[in-house]
Design a protein around this ligand. Structure first.
Ligand code: MD6
Ligand code: FE
Length: 216
């Protein structure tokens, strides 16, 4: 089935298939950018951004927080999702309604009409910060897509295949751009090149990426 079947025509010009199952929705998040940034800041105020340690003992350059009924945790034993913050034993902050609704809407526009996120990872990139090639494979239900919203400074997104060593394509993700990623692309390797210095009028000298998932 063509992913674009049965979808409204209105935003078709903004929709780019980057691989089977993966869709770039350019600028979809711009209309509500200030409200969504404020919502992300409200989560950060409840649970501050931190540099996570990888299971291998490295410190990630990006800073992370999370919200939703399940939160992504990195521990010496590996990565997992947990219903509580292991540091505080508290539940994670709620996903702000405007962010939740946006993720549902973006997924539907990309051909995933049943997506309901229960987890949101918020990453902040300062100039020079990057994210190495990885797969998102810690979610129990890999049939659900991941919805990614980028705000602030632009970044180069690397998108490869199912093997780490394969060729990668490059996409520029700018303020308000959304990637929805599922189906045969769900386990594709991907990463982010070091973010170039700059200043965004709303977000400042940083990039914020939010990824919404259905963990299970
Ligand atoms: C980022 N994004 O754009 C990092 N993962 O900063 C991701 O790692 C990602 O954008 C899965 C699906 C979409 C993504
Ligand atoms: Fe990822």
């Amino acid at each position: 089935m063509d992913l674009f079947d049965n979808l409204p025509l209105a935003s078709e010009d903004l929709r780019t298939a980057i691989a089977p199952g993966a869709v770039l929705l350019r600028g979809l998040g711009r209309a509500d950018d200030a409200q969504m940034l404020a919502a992300a800041e409200s989560v950060i105020a409840q649970l501050p951004l931190r540099h996570l340690q990888t299971p291998g003992g490295h410190t990630m350059s990006i800073q992370t927080t999370r919200c939703g009924s399940m939160g992504w945790v990195s521990e010496p034993g590996g990565y997992r999702y947990a219903p509580r913050n292991p540091g505080t034993r508290q539940p994670w902050p709620d996903i702000p309604p405007c962010l939740h609704d946006f993720a549902v809407r973006a997924a539907a526009q990309a051909g995933y009409p049943d997506f309901v996120p229960d987890s949101c990872l918020i990453n902040q990139y300062l100039p020079g910060n990057k994210l190495g090639l990885h797969q998102d494979r810690d979610e129990r239900d890999l049939r659900a897509p991941v919805v990614s919203l980028s705000l602030g400074l632009p970044a180069t997104f690397l998108f490869g295949g199912l093997q780490r060593t394969g060729q990668t394509q490059r996409y520029r993700l700018a303020h308000g751009d959304v990637v929805v990623w599922g189906g045969p692309a769900r386990l594709a390797f991907h990463g982010v090149l070091p973010v170039a210095d700059g200043h965004h009028p709303l977000v400042g000298r940083r990039r914020i990426n939010l990824t919404f998932r259905k963990v299970g």
